[in-house]
Write a protein that binds this ligand. Structure first.
Ligand SMILES: Nc1ncnc2c1ncn2[C@@H]1O[C@H](COP(=O)(O)OP(=O)(O)OP(=O)(O)O)[C@@H](O)[C@H]1O
Length: 277
C-alpha cells in the first residue's frame, strides 16, 4: 500500500452537500450527555471525534444513525432528513461500525461481509453485491480469510470484518466508533489510510470516534473536540491541537510539536528516576 498522507489537507472539490447536525441533545434517562451540539461533516472529509472517556463520542455516532434516539436536534444530509427515513432507506445511506463489535459468529467472513449488502439486495445477491463484497474484503486484507468463521478470528481480524461489512454497504455516510482499537500498528495505519482515501475518492462523509490524537492528526481532515457535552472547537488538527485546549479537555499536561506540518501530541510525564540512579 502507499504511504500515509503527509498532511491532512481538504480535498480540492467543493464539499457539498454536507452532513449537518444541529441542536443535538442526547440523554440516558434523566442524565444529559450532549446538549445543543452542532457539527458539520463536509463531503469527502473524515471528521475525527475527539474527547476523553465518557464525553459522548459513541452517543453522537449512534445518534446519527438513530441507534440512539436524540432528545432534540436535526440530522440532515443535504436536503434529506436522515431521521425521517425508513430504516432500510437510512441503511442505504449510512453505515455504522460499532465500538468493539463482536460480529456475527456463526458466519464465514464472506457471509458476514455480505450482510452489508442487505439494504440493497433483493432475494438473491446480484453480481454487483458479490463484486462489492469481494472488493471490501480485498480492501480490508481479508481475502485469505474468506472461508474462516468469524468466531475463529482474532479481535483485530474480526474488527476488519465489521469495517468491510460497512464498506460493502456502499454508504455515503460512514460512522466509525474507534475502528482501530483492536488493530495492530500496521492494520491501524492501513485502515485509517483506507478510510481517508475512500472519503476523498468516493466523496464520503466520515465521522469517526478516535482516541489516538496522533493518528487522528494524520488521517482526519478535521477534528471536533468534545467537552462538557458540546463541541468545544472544530477545525484542522493543526489548528485544534493547542496544548492549553488539550490540557483543559484531557486534564493532563501535554506538549504539541510539528513534523512535516502534522501536529504531534506527547504527554508531559513527571521525571522518572532511572534505575540505579
Ligand atoms: N446505555 C447507557 N446507559 C446509561 N448511560 C450511558 C449509556 N451509554 C453511555 N452512557 C453514559 O453516557 C456518557 C457518554 O458515553 P459515551 O459512550 O457516548 O462516551 P465516549 O466518549 O464514547 O466514551 P469512550 O471514549 O469511553 O468510549 C458516559 O457518561 C456514559 O457513562
Amino acid at each position: 500500500m502507499s504511504a500515509p498522507p503527509a498532511e491532512s489537507a481538504r480535498p480540492a472539490t467543493a464539499p457539498s452537500p454536507t452532513l449537518d447536525i444541529r441542536g443535538a441533545c442526547f440523554a440516558y434517562g434523566r442524565r444529559t450527555v450532549l446538549t445543543d451540539l452542532d457539527l458539520t461533516v463536509a463531503r469527502g472529509t473524515v471528521v475525527g471525534l475527539l474527547g476523553p472517556n465518557g464525553s459522548g463520542k459513541s452517543t453522537l455516532i449512534r445518534g446519527v444513525c438513530r441507534v440512539h434516539r436524540p432528545k432534540a436536534g436535526t440530522f440532515r444530509l443535504g436536503g434529506t432528513d436522515l431521521h425521517r427515513l425508513a430504516p432500510r432507506e437510512l441503511a442505504r445511506i449510512a453505515a455504522y461500525v460499532p465500538q468493539g463489535s463482536p460480529g456475527p459468529f456463526a458466519l464465514t467472513v464472506t457471509e458476514a461481509v455480505m450482510l452489508g449488502r442487505t439494504p440493497h439486495t433483493r432475494l438473491r445477491p446480484s453480481r454487483e453485491d458479490i463484486r462489492n463484497v469481494r472488493e471490501a474484503m480485498e480492501l480490508l486484507d481479508l481475502t485469505a480469510l474468506a472461508d474462516r468463521h468469524v468466531d475463529e478470528l482474532s479481535g483485530g481480524q474480526a474488527q476488519r470484518v465489521v469495517i468491510a461489512r460497512a464498506l460493502a454497504q456502499q454508504p455515503r455516510v460512514l460512522l466509525l466508533d474507534e475502528p482501530t482499537s483492536a488493530l495492530d500498528l500496521r492494520h491501524q495505519v492501513e485502515t485509517l489510510h483506507l478510510v481517508h482515501t475512500l472519503a476523498t475518492e468516493r466523496a464520503l462523509h466520515v465521522l469517526m470516534a478516535i482516541h489516538d490524537l496522533n493518528l487522528a492528526a494524520r488521517f482526519c481532515h478535521q477534528v471536533a473536540l468534545l467537552h462538557s457535552g458540546r463541541v468545544l472547537t472544530t477545525g484542522a488538527p493543526a489548528d485544534v491541537y493547542r496544548a492549553d485546549l488539550l490540557e483543559r479537555v484531557y486534564g493532563l499536561p501535554v506538549e504539541v510539536s510539528r513534523h512535516d506540518g502534522v501536529p504531534e501530541v506527547r504527554p508531559r510525564l513527571p521525571e522518572t528516576r532511572r534505575a540505579g540512579s
